[in-house]
Design a protein around this ligand. Structure first.
Ligand code: NAD
Ligand code: MG
Length: 384
């Protein structure tokens, strides 16, 4: 029986991963971990009976320990807990459904100990792709994409081992503000930005979709996963989210993967790769394709994508700056401390003031993250 561990089990990807496990009924969940949702963790633990349950906060670990005292389950907490889960023996796949670059260390530890990674946690690859991809090759482990666009590309290149990719066409829905201008964006609220047209996702990625930062992170994620340079990665707006992405080969042939928007498909594909299994759900009505819209992204208004291309072109620690600045800015926006467009101002200021470190080590990546947070605190306290 395949054994998996999930970090971020209570979130959008985490709960859908457990839906896939429940429906197939032939995978053992050896560990789960989450940030703070004790109630859901307890419920998941009672249903799936993992050997280890992790929670970020020490305080909540006591509550969790109490609630699960009748079971033979080890409770762990903090980064140490995540690392213990990542290094667990006998686990085949670590599902990284955690949000943010906090996933870097557990991901590296899981690769070091020979586990395949079902990777949803794109922030980790954006900031540490230059460490993770060579390490995965060295250890002979697979990085299986869960992000729908990357899963689409992964499905398109299956069986094309020796064929060169000439271009990746990454599709984007354009988010809730597609077609709007700067003056409209000036006063949009958190509630407006959280209304994604096609996908129900965690709060951070939903805001990232509205700013197009998500698509920027995905361009960088695609570069690392498929070894394609950013100038050969094009973003195509496809508002219905039916075409999940496309690959162009040397002969000009383009392969696309299509389907209704349902994250359970890429999750299941990653868990059973290369096998396909039955998946319940709506099937695509091909007649819907007659109304399909294809557009180019507005990178002048939605600067998130432009910053991403710039950061990866500069390279070194700059993608970390782009990502960390965005993580903090989105948290401030969700707390209603800044306005929507200030997310761009903050990323811009961080990128302009950063001294790039070439080929950063893990420590240098984490130091860069801290530099970004300190810089933003000072920037905000100046009342900018
Ligand atoms: P989410 O906010 O719904 O869930 C995040 C999970 O991480 C939760 O279980 C939370 O408790 C956990 N977590 C957060 N901080 C933690 C910490 N310090 N320690 C332990 N656990 C912690 O987010 P999501 O939408 O599921 O996204 C997860 C990741 O997957 C992100 O990187 C996102 O970009 C990526 N992704 C999500 C989707 C989607 O459809 N939701 C699609 C593609 C990629
Ligand atoms: Mg995606």
């Amino acid at each position: 029986m395949k054994k998996i561990a999930i970090i971020g089990s209570t979130g959008s990807i985490g709960t859908q991963t457990l839906d896939v496990v429940r429906a197939n009924n032939d995978i053992k969940v050896a560990a789960i971990a989450a940030g703070s949702n004790v109630e859901l963790l307890v419920q998941q633990a009672k249903e799936f009976r993992p050997d280890i349950v992790g929670i970020w906060s020490e305080d909540k670990a006591c509550v969790l320990r109490e609630a699960l005292s009748e079971f033979d389950i080890r409770i762990v907490s903090g980064m140490e807990g995540l690392i213990e889960i990542a290094r667990m023996e006998g686990v085949d796949v670590l599902v990284t459904a955690i949000v943010g670059m906090i996933g870097i260390r557990p991901t590296i530890e899981a690769i070091e100990t020979g586990k395949d990674i079902a990777l949803a946690n794109k922030e980790t690859l954006v900031t540490a792709g230059h460490i993770i991809m060579p390490l995965a090759r060295e250890k002979g482990v697979k990085i299986l994409p869960v992000d729908s666009e990357h899963s689409a590309i992964f499905q398109c290149i299956h069986g094309e081992t020796d064929n060169k990719i000439s271009r990746l066409l990454v599709t984007a829905s354009g988010g809730p503000f597609r077609g709007k201008d700067r003056s409209f964006l000036e006063n949009v609220t958190v509630e407006d930005a959280l209304k994604h047209p096609n996908w129900s996702m965690g709060r951070k990625i939903t805001i990232d979709s509205a700013t197009l930062v998500n698509k920027g992170l995905e361009v960088i994620e695609a570069k690392w996963l498929f070894d394609v340079e950013p100038e050969n990665i094009e973003v195509v707006v496809q508002p219905q989210s039916i075409i999940h992405s496309m690959v162009e080969f040397e002969d000009g042939s383009i392969k696309a993967q299509l389907g209704t928007p349902d994250m359970k498909l890429p999750i299941q594909y990653a868990l059973y790769y290369p096998e396909r299994r039955y998946l319940a759900g709506d099937r695509l009505d091909f007649k819907a394709l007659s109304g399909i819209i294809i557009d180019t992204p507005d990178m002048e208004t939605f600067k998130g994508l432009a910053f991403a291309y710039e950061s990866i072109k500069i390279g070194g620690s700059m993608p970390t700056v782009f990502n960390a600045a965005n993580e903090k800015a989105v948290a401030l926006f969700l707390d209603k401390k800044i306005k929507f467009l200030q997310i761009y101002d903050i990323i811009d200021a961080c990128m302009k003031n950063h001294e790039v470190v070439d080929n950063p080590s893990l420590d240098e990546i984490l130091q860069t993250e801290q530099w970004v947070y300190t810089f933003i605190d000072a920037y905000i306290s100046k009342g900018v």
